[in-house]
Design a protein around this ligand. Sequence first.
Ligand code: NAI
Length: 329
Amino acid sequence: MDPKHTLENHPIDFDRFGNQGAAQAQNLRDSGIPNDNILIANREDSYAVDAKSRGFKVEHDFGKAGAVADVLFLLIPDQVQPRVFNEQVAPSLKETATIVIASGYNVFYKLLNFQLKQDVVMVAPRMIGSSVRSLYEKGKGFPCFVSVEQDGSGNGLHTALALARAIGATRAGAISSSAREETAMDLFAEQALWPNIIMLFREAFSVLKEAGCSDEALCYEMWMSKEPAEIFERAAEDGFIQQLKHHSSVSQFGQLSGALALDGVATRQHFKDILYNQVLNGKFCEEFSKIEADLEKDGSDNPLNELYRKSEERNRTAQPRETENAETG
Ligand code: NAI
């Protein structure tokens, strides 16, 4: 069974052979790489069917695909890369092959086994795959982190930039980075920044609901109107503070004075704790590796499904602190 189909409650577009893989392969082809020179290595699943339907050659044997690859884009989920690459691809890979990663994770944590003469380059779009494709089709680009993690040929940067160009990234700009930087920022955002944002929305909903606001009004006010999405769009254009000028004076005054009144000391300490004691020291990676295989299971045996269930339950039962205190105290 396709592991993605086991994840309940969050609809995903299944019509593509991999989020990044589908987008990058099509962009490469449209940039002039002959179809005959592109081989999709994919196990027998719905993604392989989709790749074939789009006219790509598909090889189900990763070892055979590795043996003919001069440039190998490693575009399968991060948690399965060490197993698939080290056991099935690496043994047959040419000793002068270039390996392209789209995330720093497995290279930063040293989970992939490379040969000394191989180039390892990072070409990491800062976009989901559907945007990598749609922006390419519109003739626009997308920001992309580029680095050379191992320069076996001495020509790694040239190759990395050429590949970034071929997938359409340089139209917006390739940004010099590293596997460490990409991993630190990515995991920090996922484990520190966004959990706080989820918590802030949950608590805000709860406090306003207790004050008599209806569920329907709250949903629209907080996210269904897409106002937060619009604010982030404006922030991308004008900057985080300057975008406030699009709002009313009451709003600007409230937001600016409110943010200045928060000292952020506890949050900064919490953020540092996550960055140094979970991300950079490898603790999260070590813990995550232990449950990696369970992510392919069904129902409550899949830890991700359990987290979804608990999160929905927490949202349903969330009470403002004052109520909890009043009830318990
Ligand atoms: P994905 O989840 O869309 O990958 C699906 C592909 O992986 C399919 O071809 C499927 O057949 C294959 N696959 C899944 N499990 C497998 C297994 N156990 N054995 C063999 N093949 C398996 O992956 P996605 O999201 O495109 O990520 C690929 C890389 O791109 C990762 O390194 C990720 O960090 C990076 N990346 C992802 C972005 C995103 O928006 N999803 C954005 C930027 C980078």
